[in-house]
Each structure stands twice: as C-alpha cells, then as structure tokens.
Write a protein that binds this ligand. Structure first.
Ligand code: ADP
Ligand code: MG
Length: 250
C-alpha cells in the first residue's frame, strides 16, 4: 500500500533523509521510532508530498505520489492531481490542527463536502458513524476550544478518516496530551489498527508499538537503522543505537 524507495531529502546542507526505503502492506501498521531530529516528520510528510523528495520515489496504492513517470523521467503532477492523491492519505498531527471556528461535526464534514463534493445527507451519515467510532457522538455540536486535548485528537482522527483514506499517517499524536488523556487516543488507534487500516505511526509510545505494530522502524540520522517485528526491534534490538534509544524511552 505504501512503497518508499531510496528517499533522500535535504534542507540546505542538512541531510535529513539519506536513502530511506520502507514498504507497508495493506492493513499493516508500521511504527516509526527515533530520536528528535532523526527525520521522522519529514519522512511522513514525503508520503503525501507535503515535502518534495530530492531523490527516490514514494508510491501509495500503486500510484507514484507527486509525479508521473514517462520513460526514465519523472514529471511533477499538477496541483489538483496532488490534492486528489492527498485525499487517499489521512494525516493526524501532534497539535490536532482543527478549525477552531467550526463545530466538531463541521470539522469532520469539511473535506468530504468541499474536496469531494459528496451529498450533504451522505456526509452527515459518515460524520455520525465516525463520531460514534471515536466515542464523541455527544460532542458533535461543540467547538474544539471546549474539548480536552484527548477529545480534540479523537476529532482529528475522525476527520482524517472522513475521506475513507487508503492510509492514515500519525505524527506523534499523543505527544501534546496530558498523560491521563493519552490512553483514550491510543484506544481509538488500536481499534483502527485491528480493523485493518493501513497506518504509519510516529510515536514514543513503546507499549502501543508492541501491541499494534506489525513492523517497527528505528530511524536515526535519516537512515533506517533497524526494522522488524516489535519483539525483535523493541525487545531484542541488534544495533547499539537502537538499544540506547529504546532504553531511554521505556
Ligand atoms: P523528527 O520528526 O524526527 O524530530 P524532523 O523530520 O522534524 O525530525 O526534522 C529533521 C531535521 O530537519 C531537523 O534537524 C529539523 O530541524 C530539520 N528540518 C525539518 N523541516 C525543515 C525545514 N522545512 N527547513 C529546514 N530544516 C528543517
Ligand atoms: Mg517530528
């Protein structure tokens, strides 16, 4: 479902991704671990072309992201094609990024109404179903400012699901939350993982990685140092840098 192949990305002289390759099969959950500054957010952002790669390719659902190939040459797609591709990729950010002037219901309905122009009644049904799924049916008419961080992040997850994406990317979804609110968000993510959603999750929640990940990727200085099932990478890491990192976050 996701195929990242030899991706390089620099900001000026700073080489942030130095040849990252990663495959995520349909229904799989990949958890990306790594120290601050190792390139985790940049990697997620390349998946939906929020960040253009310098070399390498990203494909989602069998389609190159951001480019079309003709012979050996890649041509960047027009903006509207990139926007269409992004509708296949849900993104959940650390800081929720909800529209403060819209209600919960309006936040979740926004993309299907404006990007997909789906009929209102059908969207209303989708919104109800998604709010039920994240446990917030009673907050449909509330504004984000009146919600707890955990509730806001659950709205953000419902919003990310509203376009029925092929994959959902999470960038440290619980890092901005008070500790007592982390569990309710992880519960929703576990439920998604179980239901067969293809997910890439950047997180320091080792417990979540252990339970929910099919594959764990340890990224350091823009390189995949180690990748494998959680019992291998988390419990029996092969590399010293992975061991040092895991022992710091456990
Ligand atoms: P992580 O998410 O693992 O903490 P990031 O991918 O956010 O790491 O960042 C990796 C490095 O790239 C950091 O040194 C960061 O400061 C730098 N960086 C990220 N985005 C930009 C940008 N738009 N311009 C310049 N430097 C950036
Ligand atoms: Mg980051």
């Amino acid at each position: 479902m996701i195929e990242i192949d030899g991706v390089h990305k620099s900001f000026g002289a700073l080489r942030v991704l130095r040849g990252v390759s990663l495959k995520v099969a349909p229904g799989e959950v990949a958890v990306v671990l790594g120290p601050s500054g190792s390139g985790k957010s940049t990697l997620l952002r390349t998946i939906n072309h929020l960040e253009k790669v310098d070399a390498g390719t990203v494909a989602v659902d069998g389609e190159l992201v951001g480019y079309r190939r003709s012979g050996d040459v890649l041509h960047e797609l027009p903006e509207r094609e990139i926007l269409r591709q992004r509708t296949k990729i849900g993104f959940v950010f650390q800081n929720f990024n909800l529209f403060p002037h819209l209600t919960v219901r309006e936040n979740v309905a926004e993309a299907p109404l404006s990007a997909q122009r789906r009929p209102k009644a059908e969207v209303a049904e989708t919104v109800n179903r998604l709010l039920l799924r994240v446990g917030l049916s009673d907050k449909a008419d509330a504004y984000p400012g009146t919600l707890s961080g955990g509730q806001r992040q659950r709205v953000a997850i419902a919003r990310a699901l509203a376009l029925d994406p092929k994959v959902v990317l999470f960038d440290e979804p619980t890092s901005a939350l008070d500790p007592e609110l982390v569990g309710e968000v992880l519960d929703v993510m576990r439920d998604l993982a179980k239901s067969g959603t293809t997910m890439v999750v950047v997180t320091h929640e080792i417990g979540f990685a252990r339970e929910a990940a099919d594959t764990v990727v340890f990224l350091d200085e823009g390189l995949v140092v180690e990748q494998g099932p959680p019992d291998q990478v988390i419990d029996h890491p092969q590399h010293e840098r992975t061991r040092a990192f895991i022992s710091r976050v456990l």
